[in-house]
Write a protein that binds this ligand. Structure first.
Ligand code: SAM
Length: 210
């Protein structure tokens, strides 16, 4: 396991131990904001795709996205993976209708590609990791999840287009980052920078999505 993943694992295992299956347990903000983020993640699924598609939720925590999908009655074959054993243990016992895996995404190899992969909040908090190390982790992580999807991926990062920055969060200039994605991963990109959570969601696809 690399140093950044270990740092994140220790942090989130601690928040879950303290606050349980709640927004605070995964160290996010208000529950309403979390639901907006879930919507942004699910926007990766193309409208004309035959249902149900398979979705891997990387850094799924206790399965909050799966709860939201169930409440919305969306037809998706959901799998969640997280490096925190306590969250996955809770999800396996309490969440129904989905598969939960304990593991590090950077060493996980799916038996067959997932149609879509999302990562909500894996790249938003850097804690005391340096910006250089977080940049390298981000690049490695995005390549890894893109390689294991069939259609597309979505993930969020804090935007630098703000007037105040919190030291423990990971901010990356969206224009610079999109240029990196287009040069290193795929030309088929979308960005949603038009909502008020000081972050943006990036969508990367394997092909023209019309
Ligand atoms: C902010 S929490 C988000 C939880 C969940 N996505 C949600 O929105 O409710 C980030 C999660 O990413 C997980 N994580 C970080 N790096 C990971 C990795 N390499 N593989 C799997 N999970 C990882 C952490 O353990 C943590 O639970």
């Amino acid at each position: 396991m690399d140093d950044v993943t270990r740092t994140l694992k220790e942090h989130y295992s601690g928040t879950f131990q303290q606050y349980g299956p709640t927004s605070k347990g995964v160290d996010w903000g208000r529950t309403a904001d979390l639901e907006l983020r879930y919507e942004k993640m699910l926007n990766v699924v193309l409208r004309d795709t035959a249902q149900p598609v398979s979705l891997l939720d990387v850094g799924c925590g206790y399965g909050g996205l799966w709860q939201y999908i169930s409440e919305q009655k969306l037809q998706l074959n959901y799998t969640g993976i997280d490096v925190c054993e306590n969250m996955i243990g809770w999800a396996k016992e309490n969440q129904r209708g989905a598969e939960f895996l304990h593991g590090d995404m950077l060493s996980y190899q799916a038996q067959k590609p997932f149609d879509y992969i999302v990562a909500n909040g894996v790249l938003t908090q850097k804690l005391d990791v340096s910006i250089e190390a977080m940049n390298l982790f981000t690049q490695k992580f995005v390549k890894a999840i893109f390689n294991q999807c069939r259609v597309g991926i979505a993930f969020n990062i804090m935007t630098t287009k703000v007037n105040f920055m919190v030291p423990n969060l990971y901010y990356r200039n969206p224009a610079e980052f999109m240029a990196w994605c287009m040069a290193e991963i795929t030309p088929w990109v979308k960005i949603d920078h038009a909502y008020g959570l000081y972050e943006y969601t990036t969508y990367l696809y394997k092909a023209d999505v019309g």
